[in-house]
Design a protein around this ligand. Structure first.
Ligand code: HEM
Length: 219
């Protein structure tokens, strides 16, 4: 019965072809370092799921942001756990993505024909760091406020365009409700959308080109 339903669906949707292309690919002899790309993907999805859960109670306004997080930590069932996973998952994701980059660099996986995989990867690293930077402000506590003040001031030191970048980031001369609103928007909409699209291109390249082998002495 189940086999019949599957065959019916497969004929129309091509599930077996999708499965064979995406998951049942030939891979060279690899090692544990090759799991870090999938690890990055897992962490991105985990951050997305826990972030959506947090957005149910989090309020992005200077009056309520801090209190809403206190409520998540003490009043919401398992709120502390979801926030904890999101908080530590962010740090872990930066580390895992970075070590994944080191692995592809030291194994020479960025070389022909995988240059484009590398370029999308570099943007993924920068956008992942952007997620960390924008997320750090959201608790709206002293540490968040002053860390972002320092971070945006550093951006201001860039020659010529620095003051402009600082003004765009802060939405004014100082950190305010405008800053919190735009950091929240970038954190939950802009960057996740860009990262999801880039991961799509990145994985398309991985599926199309296959995984590179561990370099041998002759390489
Ligand atoms: C959210 C971030 C990222 C995700 C989800 C991701 C995902 C993946 C996955 C699943 C693979 C295949 C398995 C593996 O080799 O580990 C892969 C391969 C690759 N990634 Fe990433 N990646 C990310 C960031 C990066 C970064 C920052 C770079 C470099 C700057 C990069 C460069 C590459 C390259 C060159 C390959 C091909 C490896 C090969 O063929 O041996 N990726 N990525």
């Amino acid at each position: 019965m189940l086999a019949k339903i599957y065959a019916w669906l497969d004929e129309r949707l091509g599930i077996t072809t999708i499965y064979n292309t995406v998951l049942d690919r030939k891979v060279p002899k690899v090692n544990w370092w090759f799991t870090l790309g999938s690890g990055s993907l897992f962490l991105f999805v985990m951050q997305g799921v826990t972030g959506i859960m947090l957005s149910v109670y989090y309020v992005p306004s200077p009056d309520h942001a801090y209190d809403s997080i206190q409520y998540i930590m003490t009043g919401v069932t398992f709120g502390w756990l979801i926030r904890g996973i999101h908080h530590w998952g962010a740090t872990l994701m930066v580390i895992v993505v970075f070590v994944h980059m080191l692995r592809t660099f030291f194994y020479g996986a960025y070389k022909y024909p995988r240059e484009f995989t590398w370029v999308t990867g570099v943007i993924l690293l920068l956008t992942t760091l952007g997620m960390g930077f924008t997320g750090y402000l959201l608790p709206w506590n002293q540490r968040a406020y002053w860390a972002t003040t320092v971070g945006t001031s550093i951006a201001e030191t860039v020659p010529l365009v620095g003051p402009f970048i600082n003004a765009v980031l802060r939405g004014g001369t100082d950190l305010s409700a405008v800053t919190l609103a735009r950091f929240f928007s970038v954190h939950i909409w802009w960057l996740p959308a860009i990262i999801a699209a880039l991961i799509g291109i990145h994985l398309y390249m991985v599926i199309r080109l296959g995984i590179s082998a561990v370099p041998s002495k002759e390489d």
